[in-house]
Design a binder for this molecule. Structure first.
Ligand code: NDP
Ligand code: 2IT
Length: 443
């Protein structure tokens, strides 16, 4: 049995009932084998056995009081996966589905993603099974403050720097950071995605979506084309989806569909993004409300967004939102590229189908790395007590995305998997972490 197959089996046995974690291990580990064959010193040093075991996993009680005066209890998580190349870094997800398996899959992906950015950040993820939907501002604040009452001991600007993810945006980061500062007395960059008035970086809000489109720009460039006039479908209507739609439209693409967890809107004339921003960012409403503004658009509940013909597909909602049936529809309709805005948007079998049918595919750890990359730029600005212009941060972001694309392509080609960006990104991300772990000894 190969080294990667052995570690995969062991990790699955040791962590039963963690399907999402198994899925990410099954996707990543086998692709590392050609690189490990060339570097037997990594097997001797037990690098993979160490890599799949988080350095530390925290689970904690988060009690808070709702508007009716009742005590509610949620479960909080922080998995500090790997600090070989920098302090732990990764977002917090507040969603009722959050469990240890999901936090571990996200944390494991984050190790590779953060390494791909070329910046000094280790991998982590956290969150809670808290549902922000329908909660008052006061309830959100009470929850965030209670969450930090436990988590503040384990984070810090040089230790672990959380940020947003699903259900955690500027409002939540503000409440979390405020409580962190109150408990520690430190005004330091222990969070990213902060407001511009208190140490946030320009372009962080836009970074994941913009970066995703910069990745698409590179993928299309390799096919001898660009985004101009391309019909584009984007799932989700949160932070990543909205700013992907904005940048795609700036590049001349026509975004015709977006969604939320209830359904999708189809506007064949092109989505009016100002309306989506009004509904989602201001009113915190549902995507179906789009029809109140644009009568000609259609709303489809519980249907698959990938049935809409498009040349560019950008899944930006959540994991496993693009399965084999969706991949078949995209292929049938002549889709040219799929780039993952969400983490592990596509199942392994969907990815294989796309690749076998000539659809260019970029995995989340490469395609959505723009968010954490600008987070690392926010950390740099905080340490230096300076603030860059939007253009400066955005310019750096575009270059980082280009470099991630180039290094993933080169690694794939070098190890006999030309054109397989998923395998290439895994190897390119792994190399730096493995080397750092080896040089730091068995820790
Ligand atoms: P938001 O909370 O801003 O938006 C999430 C969007 O996805 C909403 O439209 C939401 O719909 C939809 N969604 C969430 N869960 C589900 C589900 N189970 N089924 C269907 N739709 C769902 O989150 P983000 O935009 O920040 O994150 C989206 C994805 O991008 C996640 O996978 C995240 O891990 C990834 N990502 C985020 C980064 C960031 O910087 N924010 C960076 C890199 C990756 P509804 O409102 O109905 O729940
Ligand atoms: O999945 C991700 O990369 C994020 N949610 C962003 C993490 C970060 O620290 O900015």
């Amino acid at each position: 049995m190969s080294y990667t197959a052995r570690v995969l089996e062991q990790a699955k046995r040791k962590n039963p009932n963690e399907p999402e974690f198994h899925q990410t291990l099954t996707e990543i580990l086998p692709t590392l084998q050609p690189y490990l064959d060339e570097h037997p010193e990594y097997e001797s040093a037990g690098i993979l056995e160490r890599l799949v075991e988080p350095e530390r996993q925290l689970m904690f009680r988060v009690p808070w009081i709702d508007d009716a005066g009742r005590v509610q209890v949620n479960r909080g998580y922080r998995v500090q996966f790997n600090s070989a190349i920098g302090p732990y870094k990764g977002g917090l997800r507040f969603h009722p589905s959050v469990n240890l398996s999901i936090v571990k899959f996200l944390g494991f992906e984050q190790i590779f993603k953060n390494s791909l950015t070329g910046l000094p950040i280790g991998g982590a993820k956290g969150g809670a099974d808290f549902d922000p939907k329908g909660k008052s501002d006061r309830e959100i604040m009470a929850f965030c403050q209670s969450f930090i009452c436990e988590m503040f001991r384990h984070i810090g600007a040089d230790m672990d720097i959380p940020a947003g993810d699903i259900g955690v945006g500027g409002r939540e980061v503000g409440y979390l950071y405020g409580q962190y500062k109150r408990l520690t007395g430190l005004y330091e960059g222990a969070f990213t995605g902060k407001g511009l008035a208190y140490g946030g970086s320009l372009a962080r809000t836009e970074a994941t979506g913009y970066g995703l489109v910069y990745m698409a720009e590179n993928m299309l460039g390799a096919l001898g084309t660009n985004l101009n006039n391309k019909t584009t479908v984007i799932s989700g209507s949160g932070n990543v989806a909205i700013f992907a739609a904005e940048k795609a439209a700036q590049f001349g693409a026509k975004v015709v569909a977006m969604s939320d967890s209830n359904g999708y809107i189809h506007d064949s004339e092109g989505i009016d993004l100002e309306v989506v921003k009004e509904i989602k960012l201001k009113r915190r409403g549902r995507i179906r409300e789009y029809l109140e503004y644009r009568k000609k658009a259609q709303y489809h509940e519980n249907e698959i967004i990938w049935s809409i013909p498009c040349e560019i597909a950008l899944p930006c909602a959540t994991q496993n939102e693009l399965l084999e049936d969706g991949a078949r529809l995209l292929i049938k309709n002549g889709c040219e590229i799929v780039a993952e805005g969400s983490n592990m948007s596509a199942s392994l079998s969907a990815v294989r189908l796309l690749q076998e049918n000539g659809v260019s595919f970029a995995p989340g750890k490469a395609a959505n790395a723009g968010g954490v990359a600008v987070s690392a730029l926010e950390m740099a600005q905080n340490s230096a007590r300076i603030a860059w212009s939007f253009e400066e941060a955005d310019h750096k972001l575009r270059k980082i995305m280009h470099d991630i694309y180039a290094s993933s392509c080169a690694a794939a080609e070098r190890y006999g998997m030309k054109g397989d960006l998923a395998a290439g990104a895994n190897i390119a991300g792994f190399r730096r972490v493995a080397k750092a772990m080896l040089e730091q000894g068995a820790v």
